[in-house]
Design a protein around this ligand. Structure first.
Ligand code: FAD
Length: 469
């Protein structure tokens, strides 16, 4: 019999439970991707994500070819396209790996029901998480709202077993009626993607290369190195994890295997696993509190006096023209590469929600469009954490000071020099505070600060009084 494997954000052949199960149970297997952004509600992929998706699908197609199989592409309504394929191929079953965003859960539940009513078996699996959101609860059976006890529990539940191999053989089937990758029009019409193309290799192989790079170098010093934005001190696996080109289980087992092969002193991988734990925690929260992609996790913030939406202000932040060097460097890194270092994400988000007092929704939306790793659970958690309205959030009154942050984490101003060519020739001390030398601003064209950091901080704390009680 023939089975359809409906691929979504699990764009890999190894450690893919749906693909594995389909190959084990059927003579022929048809891997299918259906482009249906309209089904993701208000969170259809942004421009940077679409760029990634194009290249990831191309990479998957090429690996499938290597295994005498092909990727069948379709576009339209997922259920309609699946139904048409079932009619055309006589497929007996559809296999997929689960997603956890509210719109995806609603759609998949509806599709599972409809397939079963048509007498077609529908099998779904976990490919994205160590533990699915409903497989972990507090002692009283409730969802977690605080990370540390969540992680303490999750850490004891992680299966340290080997990931699944690429199924051999892949039993590739073909079908009529597919569309070409180009016809999905995922790439930008105006080619602004050179920076992203230079920074990334989307696909399963690209993920493995980054894991090797991380094992060779950054993991040894990760606990400290992860805070230094001028270094490659983190894994940069986030877009690969988002698109399912690598699973947390593969990252964990792969890292251990690579470190064992290298020999010598084994670095501690726990701090890295803990960050993957944050990703799981974000999925846990999004599943149990599905409205929090837009609603404040802490409802007290519903009455927070945000400043009026100010397009001009927001645009200066987006373009990296605020006059605050670490903020501008981060925003330009984002625009150029589709990624921003975690510490800098916290700083730009704090500046946006506190010094500019613009609603976190507008910042989260910009990230959504420009990040190659844009991920609804992680992005919502990140913005709400910084804004102070999230689960287990930084207290609102903790306003990041972007000057002391860059002095501390980019002491030599290397990250600033990389992204702010206007300041690259200034001495490091002035890169952090260029306004101290008005002639530097005049000569370089770098803007003066758009707000006074001290005054805007005081105003933010004042506004916070409204929700404090
Ligand atoms: P590493 O340090 O190598 O960590 C490994 C993996 O753990 C990451 O790839 C990621 O999947 C996960 N992880 C690490 N830190 C976090 C975290 N704080 N929260 C959740 N998961 C984490 N991450 C996204 O993947 N997508 C987003 O849309 C996103 N938006 C963010 C918005 C804000 C305002 C903030 C403060 C953080 C956001 N993050 C987001 C979290 C974090 O910044 C990135 O996951 C991280 O920078 C990715 O780099 P890396 O892969 O090198 O991380």
């Amino acid at each position: 019999s023939l089975a359809i494997v409906w691929l979504r954000r699990d764009l890999r052949l190894a450690d893919n439970p749906a693909l594995h199960a389909a190959c084990a149970a059927h003579e022929r297997v048809l891997p299918v991707y259906i482009h249906a952004p309209q089904e993701e509600g208000e969170w259809a992929p942004g421009a940077a994500s679409r760029w990634w998706l194009h290249h990831s699908l191309a990479a998957l197609e090429s690996s499938l070819h290597g295994h005498h199989s092909t990727l069948h592409l379709r576009a339209g309504d997922s259920l309609g396209e699946l139904a048409a394929l079932i009619r055309a191929t006589g497929a007996a079953a559809v296999y997929w790996n689960r997603l956890y965003e509210p719109a995806a859960i609603a759609r998949d539940t509806r599709i599972k029901q409809a397939l079963r009513e048509q007498g077609v078996a529908a099998h779904s699996f976990n490919a994205a998480l160590w533990r699915e959101p409903w497989q972990i609860a507090t002692k009283t059976g409730d969802p977690y709202r605080v990370f540390t006890p969540y992680w303490r529990n999750l850490r004891t539940l992680i299966d340290e077993g080997e990931p699944l191999p690429v199924p051999q053989p892949l039993r590739g089937a073909t079908a009529e009626g597919g569309v070409s990758l180009e016809s999905l029009e995922l790439l930008p019409r105006i080619r602004w993607d050179a920076g992203m193309a230079a920074a990334w290799t989307p696909g399963e192989r690209g993920a493995q290369e980054l894991l090797e790079l991380f094992a060779d170098d950054a993991v040894a010093d990760y606990a400290e190195g992860r805070d230094i934005p001028s270094r490659h001190g983190t894994s940069r696996l986030s877009p690969h994890l988002h698109f399912g080109e690598i699973s947390p289980r593969q990252a964990q087992a792969g890292l251990r295997a690579l470190l064992a092969k290298r020999g010598g002193k084994r670095p501690d991988v726990e701090p890295f696993l803990r960050e993957l734990g944050w990703r799981e925690f974000a999925h846990h929260l999004m599943f149990h509190f599905p409205e929090t992609h837009t609603a404040n996790f802490n409802p007290k913030f519903d009455g927070f006096p945000w400043a009026a939406d100010d397009e001009a202000l927001i645009e200066r932040w987006q373009r990296g023209r605020t006059g605050i060097p670490l903020v501008d460097a981060g925003m330009r890194e984002l625009w150029h590469t589709g990624w921003m270092h975690n510490r800098v994400r916290m700083v730009v988000a704090s500046f946006f929600t506190k010094n500019l007092r613009q609603h976190w929704h507008h910042g989260a939306r910009w990230f959504w469009d420009t990040l190659v790793d844009a991920d609804l659970p992680n992005n919502s958690l990140g913005w709400q954490w910084v804004a102070g309205c999230g689960a287990d959030a930084a207290p609102y009154f903790r306003v990041f000071n972007p000057v002391s942050q860059s002095q501390k984490f980019d002491a030599k101003g290397e990250y600033l020099a990389r992204w702010l060519p206007e300041l690259a020739n200034a001495v490091p001390a002035l890169r952090h505070e260029p306004w101290k030398d008005p002639s530097l601003l005049r000569k370089s064209g770098y803007p003066a600060p758009m707000v006074d950091l001290g005054e805007s901080r005081a105003a933010a704390l004042e506004a916070f009084q409204a929700v404090k009680s």
